[in-house]
Design a protein around this ligand. Structure first.
Ligand SMILES: Cc1ncc(COP(=O)(O)O)c(C=O)c1O
Length: 383
């Protein structure tokens, strides 16, 4: 089966581990287990004593009860039995398509977003229609355009909220309007919600699974809870037929998730308020840092994110984003992601949720690179 190269992941795989200033990362600064024990007040010795006594079986095939309970607490209407654990949100998105999509199915996906949402259905020979998110609309979908694309019998609409890479946030009101469009077309509505809860303002961030019977929420422990190393995610949906299909397909590719991962995730979700507080404090303080830098640096501009961990930052040099980012990496050590990984020319995605020091040093390195380009007299073009 042919599939388009996953541009952002290929880029990250190539440079991530050797990066001097990694400001391409999208997770909120990952925690060590020791940091987590301290944050949650868990007795480390007791934990290991208990865990080391357990046999390493397949564990709970449909998910460890305390993990499922923790996940359900992130929603209004989702109960433990509505959740399917997966191998990260990447595994969850893939699993949704693997379980539901057939050749010829009409799928609508926003762009820019995480490439899985359009390239996987395309690889299953679905008829993929793109709904472009435009900067002049604050990267929010044009609902008239969505209505036009969502003809009867559309199989699925794929969105991502908050959005990677732009940091745009759809309100509950907008999500309800999208639900009405999906309902009219009879379509499933998949929402990749890995950055949900990472808002700049307090307040409840709606999930599609609470708003729509055929809504499918995908999320994970990676971003909000800073535990990408668990490789644990989930699909949440109230549709019982869907759940059966997810479980049946899961027997072929997963069987169960790791019992260590689910145990740690269950504990993390028991202490979710503390992790959330840490994550929100980081994304809020760091976005201020980024915003100050944007204001000071004349060659860059952006639409300030409302949520999530990433910003799409445009530069005005007449240079492709791959060339810009590769040269910057080689000459200064600053590592960001080329906008062309998201089909957004003349831009770079900056992940601002890591350590504040790395963000500051990384942005200074970007500024040093901009000074180099100025000195070289690279022509400037404003979009
Ligand atoms: C929107 C989006 N979905 C899914 C993923 C994959 O996350 P996970 O680590 O849970 O597999 C990412 C990772 O960058 C992402 O940005």
């Amino acid at each position: 089966m042919k599939i388009a190269p996953f541009k952002v992941e290929e880029w990250m795989n190539r440079y991530e581990t050797g990066a001097k200033y990694n400001i391409a990362e999208t997770c909120v600064d990952s925690v060590t287990l020791d940091e987590f024990w301290d944050l949650a007040g868990i007795d480390k010795g007791r934990f290991w004593e208990d865990f080391c006594r357990r046999r390493l079986t397949y564990g709970d095939i449909e998910g460890r009860p305390d993990f499922l309970k923790g996940v359900s607490s992130l929603y209004r209407t989702i109960r433990p039995e509505h959740i399917t654990p997966t191998h990260g949100a990447a595994g969850a998105n893939h699993h949704v398509f693997y379980s539901l999509i057939e050749p010829g199915d009409r799928i609508i996906s926003i762009m820019p977003t995480y490439q899985q949402l359009y390239s996987i259905p395309a690889s299953y020979r679905a008829d993929v229609q793109i709904l472009h998110l435009r900067q002049e609309n604050g990267y929010l979908p044009d609902l008239k355009e969505l209505e036009r694309l969502a003809v009867p019998k559309t199989k699925m609409i794929c969105i991502n909220n908050p959005n990677n890479p732009t940091g745009a946030l759809m309100s509950g009101e907008m999500l309800r309007k999208i639900v009405r469009i999906a309902e009219k077309a009879g379509a499933y509505l998949l929402c990749d919600e890995v950055y949900r809860h990472l808002t700049q303002d307090d307040g409840w961030c709606e999930s599609i699974a609470d708003l729509y019977e055929k809504g499918i929420s995908v999320s994970s422990m990676s971003k909000v809870f800073s535990m990408a190393g668990l490789r644990l995610g989930w699909i949440a949906s109230r549709d019982a037929e869907l759940k059966r299909s997810f479980l049946s397909h899961r027997d072929y590719n997963l069987i169960s998730c790791g019992m260590f991962d689910e145990t740690i995730a269950g504990l993390a979700l028991q202490h979710k308020e503390k992790l959330l507080e840490r994550s929100r404090a980081l994304v809020r303080a760091n976005l201020d840092l980024l915003d100050q830098w944007i204001l000071r640096e004349p060659h860059v501009y952006y639409t300030k994110p409302q949520a999530g961990t990433t910003a799409l930052v445009y530069y005005d040099f007449d240079m492709s984003s791959y060339e810009f980012c590769e040269r910057m990496y080689q000459e200064t050590g600053a590592f960001v992601t080329p906008g062309d990984c998201f089909e957004e020319a003349h831009s770079m995605r900056i992940g601002y949720a890591g350590s504040p020091q790395i963000l500051e040093d990384g942005l200074q390195a970007v500024s040093r690179f901009i000074r180099i380009l100025e000195k070289e007299g690279v022509p400037v073009c404003r979009k």
